[in-house]
Design a protein around this ligand. Structure first.
Ligand code: FEO
Ligand code: CA
Ligand code: CA
Ligand code: CA
Length: 744
């Protein structure tokens, strides 16, 4: 199925294979370059760090080595959740469950007449768990009460929320499929409101009782943040006016605020205890109806880099993207805002700037009703997650962020303010301190195992003098970060997804989920594979994805250089040795790593998949890995071969982590049919794991005019949760039947 983040909007000339190859041949330096660049003295200042910057890392004597303590689950294509022996799950909540008893229990028939603003959203994704103390404040330590904040990525397959699927209002009888091919009449208002409101974030109180963790209907903490919720823009005070100039719309002619968050994918948990929710495929919700006024040339250049529509539709009957949210009413701004043509005399008269208001890391205080804040200085792109490096008192904080589209980049934000643990519990006031002002960088992965953080600042000549896009000021650099990253020559990656930080040593891991546009002629060391799918199920390229990890020089948040290697390569177990580079077996083979997270309780690296290449043999999954460290493996040469590209073959040298084998890498969970496994968090004792199942039954055809759905999946109804019928995204609560710590 086509997926918006499969798109390649990067036409910049960064980093061709020939350039890389030439440099490789000139520079044989390898592992010693990496390790020599990391200072032991600085490492020792980081809490919990083991010595890992020298050539012969010594284990900490008192620390028992991490060992996985469960039997791997085999491959499954059943419509159920499969766990190892000794583990069990319940469903915490699923799409459409009510936050308040004032709305009806979910029918799972699409017959609701409310607008979904008091229901759990759809497409559960990243999530974070925040303890509450006895008087209802944020607690940095465990209690039996918490709020769970869940992202709702909610893309296009919204047909389950309406009795007969999504209707277009047109006369052709066409039904919505995905990102196109439908008939643009005026869509029914209630359908559009439901679709707008199932996006965003659900925050619910959860309590631990005799039957484990349950969510609390009618809790004062229950809150929906949707694609309509008012938000403000945060940034350095000296740049706020420039930021606001990009955000002026008919809704707020000052540009200080906007409405809503969209396509919330991964999350972040700040050291002070707030939620970061990340806007990923926000670019595909807007339209310019046939015959509408075009926008100016600079706006076209900006939009094109993000895949936002920049010209009026040529044929409204067949080529529309998005879901037609602008169609119910041309005046009511809840709907008119999705029409981004230059309809009025100026930006203050219409919504031509509406796309500028999306694409950010949004900070939410999960324990207050405070207005969420879009943190502009963290850059605007297809944000996947925003993970904080290990905080060190007195040093700036670093947040690592992937931009998920083909050939996009990895970014880092370094706060201007230095970390003060007294800010724990400080809510959005602390957020204003750390996330409004800082430096934004983009990553360049060199072919010798080192990397560099390239500053995205208007003072950089490559940015101020960039010929493709004329940046007006620093606000323009943040808001058009993809263009700025092109200008400085960042490394095009294989769809950067989530990041995660190893709590034991501060190393940062980032998944590269797959990339069908990677060819043998444009590989580089950090994106070294291009090949045909072993079964022909998926397009060729980097079919199965990989996980890059890196260590900042000196383990400093402010480092401008790092060392990296590839932790694991996804593959089918029966693929050839140039594909299955990590030696995966039937017990741990995975494809398209996406979600990524370290347990603080155990140190396990958990890998989640969103795959279409291996799903004929196994549904998407959760895999547990015992992490090593950057540089613990070897240098390898990959022999690539891919049909349909020129050249069809090529070799690429790269760096691979030490093989884990079946002992250190095991499949822990397989989800139901047509799902993606994403979103993961835990209780502090490591005895409860929360995992999200997103879009089970994704490949269920849209409802036809005269037939019912032919379900690909009926989970979780078929597992006894809620009405049997349509599949629903849901949060799993996973425990061990003996009450022990998960995974060990
Ligand atoms: Fe929302 Fe790129 O996964
Ligand atoms: Ca196979
Ligand atoms: Ca994802
Ligand atoms: Ca395959």
């Amino acid at each position: 199925m086509s997926h918006p983040d499969d798109l390649d909007c990067n036409r910049s000339p960064n980093e061709h294979f020939q350039t890389v190859l030439a440099r490789t041949l000139q520079n044989p330096a390898r592992r010693h370059v990496l390790r020599g660049g990391l200072g032991l003295a600085a490492l020792s200042s980081v809490p919990f760090l083991t010595a890992c910057g020298n050539d012969d890392p010594a284990p900490t004597p008192a620390e028992a080595p991490l060992a996985l303590g469960f039997a791997a689950v085999g491959k499954s294509i059943a419509d159920e959740v499969v766990l190892p022996a000794g583990y069990t799950y319940s469903v915490l909540h699923a799409t459409g469950d009510r936050l308040r008893s004032s709305v009806t229990a979910y029918s799972n028939l699409g017959t609701e007449t409310d607008d979904w603003s008091d229901r759990i959203g759809d497409h559960h994704d990243g999530m974070e768990f925040f303890y509450i103390d006895a008087i209802g404040r944020y607690s940095a330590t465990a209690t039996n009460r918490a709020v769970l904040a869940v992202n709702h990525e909610s893309s296009a397959d919204a047909h389950f929320f309406h009795e007969r699927g999504q209707t277009s209002g047109g006369t052709s009888g066409k039904k919505f499929t995905q990102f196109g091919n439908w008939d643009l009449g005026a869509r029914p208002t209630l359908e559009v409101l439901k679709e707008i409101n199932h996006h965003g974030v659900s925050i619910v109180e959860v309590q631990h009782g005799p039957s484990g963790w349950r969510y609390v209907v009618d809790s004062i903490y229950n809150r929906r943040i949707t694609a309509q919720t008012p938000m403000r823009f945060g940034g350095p005070s000296g740049h706020l006016n420039d930021i606001r100039a990009f955000m002026v719309t008919r809704y707020d002619t000052t540009g200080a605020t906007s409405r809503g968050t969209l396509n919330n994918c991964g999350t972040g948990y700040t050291p002070w205890g707030t939620l970061l929710t990340c806007e990923e495929n926000w670019a595909f919700y807007f339209n310019m109806p046939k015959g509408s006024n075009p926008v100016d040339a600079k706006t076209v250049t900006s939009r094109s880099r993000y895949g936002v529509r920049s010209a009026p539709l040529a044929d409204a009957a067949t080529t529309d993207v998005g879901q037609g949210w602008y169609t119910p009413d041309a005046v009511d701004s809840r709907f008119a805002r999705w029409n981004i043509s230059a309809a009025g005399g100026s930006a203050a008269d219409d919504f031509r700037n509406e796309p500028n208001t999306f694409g950010f890391v949004v900070e939410i205080d999960p324990l207050s009703g405070a207005q969420p804040v879009k943190r502009v200085a963290m850059g605007r792109f297809a944000h996947e997650a925003a993970v904080c490096g290990l905080p060190v008192a007195g040093q700036p904080l670093a947040f690592y962020m992937g931009c998920d589209s083909q050939n996009e980049y990895v970014y880092k934000f370094v706060s201007r303010a230095v970390w003060d643990p007294a800010d724990i519990g400080g809510g959005l006031t602390a957020g204003d301190k750390y996330l409004n002002d800082g430096d934004l960088y983009v990553a360049k992965f060199n072919d010798d195992g080192t990397g560099a953080w390239l500053l995205l600042d208007i003072s950089v000549p490559a940015i101020s003098g960039y010929s493709v896009y004329a940046f007006a000021n620093q606000a323009d650099v943040w808001i058009n970060a993809r263009h700025a990253a092109d200008a400085v020559g960042a490394t095009k990656m294989d769809r950067p997804e989530w990041g995660a930080v190893n709590p034991k040593n501060g190393e940062i891991y980032i998944t590269m989920t797959n990339n069908s546009s990677r060819q043998p002629g444009n590989t580089d060391a950090a994106n070294p594979r291009s090949y045909n799918d072993v079964d022909g199920l998926m397009r060729a390229g980097n079919v199965n994805g990989h996980i890059v990890r890196f260590r900042e020089n000196g383990s400093l948040s402010t480092a401008t250089a790092f060392g990296w290697d590839v932790f694991l390569f996804g593959a089918e177990e029966d693929a050839g040795p140039d594909i299955n580079l990590s030696g995966l077996s039937a017990q741990n083979a995975f494809s398209s790593p996406d979600g990524l997270w370290f347990s603080k309780a155990t140190g396990i690296c958990w890998i989640q998949t969103d795959d279409g290449a291996y799903t004929d043999e196994v549904n998407c999954m959760l895999v547990a890995a015992v992490p090593g460290e950057v540089g613990d493996g070897s240098t390898i040469t990959v022999n690539n071969s891919r049909t349909g590209s020129t050249p069809a073959t090529g070799t690429q040298e790269t760096f691979i982590g030490a093989a884990l084998g079946d002992a250190k890498l095991r499949r822990f969970l397989v989800g139901p049919k047509g799902c993606e496994i994403t979103g993961i968090t835990e209780t502090a004792d490591g005895k409860t794991l929360f995992v999200n199942v997103q879009h089970p039954g994704e490949n269920t055809p849209a409802l036809g005019a005269a037939s019912d759905f032919t379900y690909q999946s009926q989970w979780p109804g078929n597992a006894g949760y809620g009405p049997l019928g349509r599949p629903r995204s849901a949060t799993l609560v996973i425990t061990r039947t003996d009450g022990g710590v998960i995974g060990v």
